[in-house]
Design a protein around this ligand. Sequence first.
Ligand code: PAF
Length: 279
Amino acid sequence: MKIISSIEELRDQLRGQLRTVFVPTMGNLHEGHLSLMRLARKHGDPIVASIFVNRLQFGPNEDFDKYPRTFQADVEKLEKEGVYVLFAPTEKDLYPEPQEFRVNPPDGIGNILEGEFRPGFFTGVTTVVLKLFACVQPRVAVFGKKDYQQLMIVRNMSKQFALPTEIIAAETWRADDGLALSSRNMYLSEAERAEAPALFRTLNEVANEVRGGHLDVFALEHEAMDRLSKRGWKPDYISIRKRVDLQPPAAGDIAQSEPLVVVAAAKLGGTRLIDNLEI
Ligand code: PAF
């Protein structure tokens, strides 16, 4: 595996490749990331992965400085997955001058849910993803469903800018007890780690209610948030949304079998976890 930090060198290395498949990451790779690499292999060749902790998508009080950086271990894992190039730019490589041109996702999708609780987050994500796409020029890129809204926004961006990159969605990778794998799980204490699967259990309870014909979305969401709060969580939202645009379903949508997803974000101690479940 070649490890490349400069954009120019990356372009030289990938020149002439027409089927490049790309998996962008922020490192601290776990089984979930590795499952993205395995899915990538089915959709193109060569596989290019990136590791870049993107300052632009962190708020001033978020965890940019303490975000886990485990470069050497990540390299070993990617080598085993048959990754051809690891693009690992420094901040100077990717942002040699202040990144003043930015991509602003539209309000309808960019300012709801995660966008409401993490202002600027999606602008940071789409800006870096567009830039990484410009560097790697992939035919296909793989994103996890764990970050459901991010996946939708990146897909819409790719479509609206007519980027030659097809976005492929990968299923969320879970621990045996249901907790979605995430680099931020490592912030959890032992007791919090034992409690953390309650988030996915709650999503399942909500989904089962909807499947069973319970149509009062508002009541379901509030009861679910209440249950988590009573267990010591601080939920930002648990929300039933239409899969197509992440807007709340209108009365009648559920009865008419509109495809739905329940999305959630909640704090457990100092750690903010997100998860979702397609209904
Ligand atoms: O999902 C992530 O890890 C990041 O948001 C991404 C897509 C690598 C952009 O920094």
